[in-house]
Design a protein around this ligand. Structure first.
Ligand SMILES: N[C@@H](CCC(=O)N[C@@H](CS)C(=O)NCC(=O)O)C(=O)O
Length: 210
């Protein structure tokens, strides 16, 4: 059983997508980051960095509970545990190309789109921040569009790289982006949003559930 500590944000939705795709049992513990639940001593004991998502796999690798945070690490762990959505260690080239695109999300899309959301939606308008992060976000959309012109998914088949990127692209309106400007991302986006696991994960609202 997986205990998932989460909230319905783009980073949080990656884990809902993965667990729904794997169709494994999990319990969600709502960490309301609007109410500072991430700073409670109970949660800090799970993630000392006070960010969602985090999890405890009660059936860890050594048969003991295994605690993990950072969404990219969590996706890789679950992929390896279940032998799905990430090429195996023997397939070195394809494994690392998939991890490369996962890291492109973790180091590029997540931080940059996140800053674009912050500055574009803040009540205090800071033009420098809005311009800097809107421009970088649009550049990253261009990288995705060029890559997806020749690839159905981020690398060969649907993988944890696609799962990590999708929830961030789903906030295109917050970023001032139109899907029509990026036709290859749009095709990929439509394919992903039609997956039942993705649709279910994107519909999670833990505030309503509370
Ligand atoms: N690199 C981390 C980023 C996690 C992250 O930034 N989570 C946000 C929500 S999307 C959060 O917990 N924010 C609460 C806060 O900053 O206090 C990951 O991918 O897991």
């Amino acid at each position: 059983m997986i205990d998932l500590y989460n909230w319905h944000t783009s980073n949080g939705r990656k884990l809902f997508i993965m667990l729904e795709e794997l169709d494994v049992p999990y319990r969600t513990h709502a960490i309301n980051i609007m109410k500072d639940d991430q700073f409670t001593p109970e949660f800090v004991a799970i993630n000392p960095n006070s960010k969602i998502p985090a999890m405890i796999d009660q059936d860890g690798p050594d048969g003991k509970p295994f605690t993990l945070f950072e969404s990219g690490a969590m996706l890789m762990y679950l992929a390896d545990k279940h032998g799905k959505f990430l090429p195996p260690v023997e397939d070195v080239r394809n494994r690392y190309i998939t991890i490369q695109w996962l890291m492109f999300q973790m180091g590029g899309i997540g931080p940059m789109f996140g800053q674009a959301h912050h500055f574009r939606r803040a009540s205090t308008k800071v033009e420098y921040g809005i311009e800097r992060y809107t421009k970088e976000t649009r550049r990253l959309w261009g990288v995705l569009d060029a890559h997806l012109a020749d690839n159905a998914y981020m690398h060969i088949d649907y993988s944890i790289a696609d799962m990590a990127i999708f929830p961030w692209t789903a906030r295109y309106e917050w970023q001032g982006v139109s899907l029509d400007d990026f036709p290859n991302v749009k095709r990929w986006y439509r394919a992903l949003e039609s997956r039942p696991a993705v649709a279910k994960a994107m519909g999670v609202n833990l505030a309503e559930a509370a």
